[in-house]
Write a protein that binds this ligand. Structure first.
Ligand code: RAM
Length: 529
């Protein structure tokens, strides 16, 4: 099956689109308390015409770019008789240039920070060999034998999004929503490469949780069904009996993935993405090909329910993802994601005429919801309190070194994440669901979402509960805040007022154009225009 799925993935490799962006704008990076991360970029005329050893300047390309940089290096009247050594640092936001990369203290490898030293032997037109993700390029002249001219900086931006397909929002749309939609569209555009990348600065790989939100949003923006198909097939190629799909896939130099990266909720979201794809395209043939993998994932989730009918978390790998909130207990939310996955695959079984299986899954859904009410619901507080954990550690280690356990009284942990996933899993609805979510959001001690990814599911739960007003105001206050801070593209992690909040123990490592943050366009275009 692996070869078959890989062949399908290759057949669906989308065409790429290129656009050249040139700039000679110079900016100064200055500390700025009003900016979210403490630095901003001030216009400072044009980049210098001639540079010498020790000079430094920052080119501002005026928009977020993913692509390859070129420039011309020429002498200033006298032959350059030694190589010219330049340090180049690339940044999506001014903060990355405000910080000295040597001060990085996070958990992920520092080689992700976009910094290179090049020696150029000859003057002429130069194309840098790597692809970067950035708006700002800082050039430091480390050594030049004589004054040199550096000019005509340009980037050939690459994406598999056909931006000509982007339909503007109708005239008269709330300008705040127009601004959020534009930033979301730019975010997705720059994460759309030969697969849906999670972030073009860092990771640059296909994650199933991100894929689900990207494909949903792509459908209302660029309509690249081919890319969605390719990514679904890539995951299918990783199917293994008795194991969930890996959370992420590498495409190059050859298809591969890491063992131990199985993430149960992400698996359920891959299954859901198959259903999203089917709803949008009606392409039953693709669904038929992917269905054995859907059966494998859902079958595994059902087979590994514990004695009370509650989802279990794989041992030794990730205990689910859900969100990067430190210390988050996962069982309740993962169980909700399991129910959500189940609900979304039943229509697939029906469409394929697998009625016996559909009935089996319908029963599992009913039982799973009942088990959740019985085992996970706390009647006294009218909400889900995470007391069910059996010593399963929250995601810790390299990613969250200082995971803190937060609890509400002695009862157990109260999290927004659990309420949201119980609502999405269909366990709690109507007024009771709305109450649980509002209560968790209002409680100063509850665990709150930290990623735009989790905020997506919060908004989705609100919409499911008919909390339209709250959903809209949440989009405006959460994603709108990033726009107000000047974001060109949406960030990987954002907690207003807590700039240091980081999944990797240092925001310098954050990706500031992150796929899972692009979904406001989906909400705006589907529900609010
Ligand atoms: C990070 C990335 C990615 C996400 C995983 C779980 O490494 O931000 O987008 O899906 O975490």
């Amino acid at each position: 099956m692996k070869d078959f799925y890989l062949k399908r993935a290759e057949e669906n490799l989308p065409p790429m689109y290129y656009e050249t962006v040139a700039s000679e704008r110079n900016v100064r990076i200055v500390s700025d308390e009003a900016s979210f991360l403490g630095f901003s970029a001030l216009p400072d005329g044009k980049i210098p015409a001639v540079v010498k050893t020790g000079d430094r300047f920052v080119v501002d390309f005026g928009r977020h770019c993913v692509g390859r940089v070129s420039f011309t290096m020429w002498d200033n009247g006298r032959y350059i008789d030694a190589p010219v050594r330049l340090r180049m640092r690339f940044a999506e936001v001014p903060y990355e240039l405000g910080r000295d990369h040597a001060s990085y203290h996070g958990g992920l490898c520092s080689s992700w920070l976009m910094e290179d030293i090049f020696n150029f032997d000859r003057i002429g037109r130069i194309e840098l060999p790597r692809r970067y993700s950035f708006r700002y390029l800082e050039v430091t002249v480390l050594a030049t034998p004589r004054p040199t001219r550096l000019y005509d900086f340009s980037v050939v931006c690459e994406t598999s999004a056909d931006v000509s397909k982007l339909v503007p929002l109708p005239e008269g749309t709330d300008p705040e929503l127009v601004a959020i939609d534009r930033v979301a569209a730019d975010t997705l555009r720059d994460c759309m490469q030969s697969a849906y990348e999670d972030g073009p600065k860092r990771d640059r790989r296909l994650w199933s949780g991100d894929l689900r939100l990207q494909a949903l949003t792509d459908h209302v923006l660029f309509g690249n069904d081919m890319l969605a198909r390719r990514c679904l097939y890539l995951f299918a190629a990783a199917v293994r009996e008795g194991k969930y799909l890996p959370g992420c896939i590498y495409q190059y130099p050859a298809f591969s993935f890491d063992n131990g990266m199985e993430i149960p909720d992400y698996s359920m979201l891959w299954c859901t993405a198959v259903n999203d794809y089917f709803e949008k395209t009606g392409d039953l043939e693709t669904v038929r090909e992917l269905f054995p993998v859907v059966k494998n994932e859902i079958g595994l989730a059902i087979d590994t329910l514990d004695e009370n009918g509650i989802a279990t978390l794989p041992e030794g790998g990730w205990p689910g993802f859900i969100d990067w909130a430190p210390g988050l207990e996962h069982v309740t939310a993962v169980h909700g994601a399991y129910l959500y996955g189940l609900e979304h695959v039943i229509p697939l079984a029906r469409a394929l005429g697998e009625d016996a299986l559909a009935e089996k899954w319908e029963k599992a859904l009913k039982d799973g919801r009942a088990a959740a009410m019985e085992q996970l619901f706390d009647a006294e507080s009218g909400a889900f309190i995470n007391t069910y954990e059996k010593g399963t550690a929250a995601v810790e280690g390299a990613f969250v070194p200082q995971a803190a356990k937060r609890a509400t009284g002695s009862k157990g942990q109260f999290s927004v994440q659990s309420q949201v996933w119980m609502v999405l899993g269909g366990v709690l609805g109507g007024e009771a669901g709305a109450c649980a979510i509002k209560k968790a959001l209002a409680d100063p001690d509850s665990v709150k979402p930290v990623t735009p990814y989790m905020h997506h599911y919060l908004v989705e739960a609100m919409l499911k509960l008919d909390m339209r007003k709250e959903a809209l105001s949440h989009i405006k206050s959460y994603w709108g805040a990033m726009v107000r801070y000047g974001a060109d593209t949406f960030w990987e992690v954002f907690v207003d007022g807590e700039p240091e909040k980081s999944a990797y123990n240092d925001p310098l490592m954050h990706s500031f154009c992150h796929a899972w943050s692009c979904s406001p366009s989906y909400f705006i275009r589907k529900y609010f225009v």
